[in-house]
Design a protein around this ligand. Structure first.
Ligand code: SF4
Ligand code: SF4
Length: 291
């Protein structure tokens, strides 16, 4: 089992990480924007390998996945850190706080222990979820490879914010994905959700396309956030993009409730239902959630 950091190369004393579009140049003693991939004395380090911040058995519909192994249970693992910093993050206490592992929360689990837990709970699949799993690519890949050997399906719940090379490696071991398409504005991704990277929206759109091309079951979720992404024009553009790949891709439009640093009032349920009806003109399966 390979625990060496992937997508990290030495650049003299710096480390260049090319896992996601943030493409961080990491100084000695520092970490990249995600807070989990660092540089110690000129070597790439992944000190949170095996740290599991949240662990639960959920109905698969909670991911949300409505069209993959319906009515089954799924073992769900969460991590720490994220390569985005969404101001409405519902899991901000783990996604924006890598110190959680020193605060008595969570546990350390080797990939073999994860598989044993799935077998014990008799769950046909494992979800890598809650905070962003892709920034823990090495651990997720090791768990996925072992899960496949035991006939357990791998489900990635992700922001899809990853470079193409990493996407294609991880998706080879992935059976189903729920991708967050957070908005359809490059500016919003760059200035509000991300760390100023220019091409984050494009990376997510490419991830969606690669998933489809690699025949991985995919559903897409958009949290409809007032004052951020709730113009009908932007929602139409997102629906149009999804439909241009396949009108059979399910789209979950979910309601936002104030959390973390975003205080706008909750999404209006009538607006959400109307937005779903509008999207239904382009897509076969549109679901509303969190209402
Ligand atoms: S934010 Fe992205 S590029 Fe930067 S260290 Fe984390 S995974 Fe690597
Ligand atoms: S991508 Fe997800 S986990 Fe990361 S900050 Fe945004 S909502 Fe939170």
């Amino acid at each position: 089992m390979n625990r060496s950091p992937l997508f990290m190369t030495d650049k003299g004393e710096d480390i260049q990480c090319e896992l996601c579009p943030n493409n961080c140049r990491i100084k000695n003693g520092g970490f990249g924007a995600c807070g989990v991939r660092g540089n110690k004395s000129g070597k790439g380090i992944i000190p949170f390998y095996g740290f599991v911040s949240a662990f639960a058995v959920d109905p698969i519909e909670k991911k949300p996945l409505y069209h993959f192994k319906p009515h089954s249970q799924i073992l769900s693992l969460g991590f720490t850190g994220c390569n985005l910093r969404c101001p409405f993050c519902q899991n901000w206490h783990i996604s924006q706080n890598t110190e959680i592992c020193d605060q008595g929360h969570g546990r350390w689990m080797q990939p073999g222990e994860v598989i044993s837990a799935a077998l014990k709970h008799d769950t046909p699949s494992i979800a890598y979820t809650y905070s962003e799993p892709l920034v823990h690519a090495e651990y997720v890949l090791n768990c996925m490879a072992l899960a496949r050997k035991h006939g357990i399906a791998n489900v990635l719940v992700t922001n899809g914010c990853v470079n193409k090379e990493a996407a294609s490696i991880i998706l080879k071991l992935t059976d189903a994905v729920n991708v967050d398409l957070k908005c359809f504005s490059a500016e919003t991704y760059k200035n509000i959700l991300g760390y100023k990277a220019e091409n984050t929206l494009q990376a997510v759109l490419d991830f969606i396309r690669v998933c489809h091309e690699m025949d991985v079951h995919m559903e897409i979720t958009t949290l409809v956030v007032p004052d951020l992404n709730n113009s009908q024009e932007e929602l139409n553009a997102a629906a149009g993009y999804i439909a241009s790949i396949s009108e059979d891709i399910p789209w979950h439009l979910t309601a936002y409730h104030p959390d973390y640093r975003w205080n706008a009032p909750p999404t209006n349920p009538v607006f959400l239902r109307n937005a779903a009806k509008e999207a239904g003109k382009k897509l076969r399966y549109v679901h509303t959630g969190n209402i």
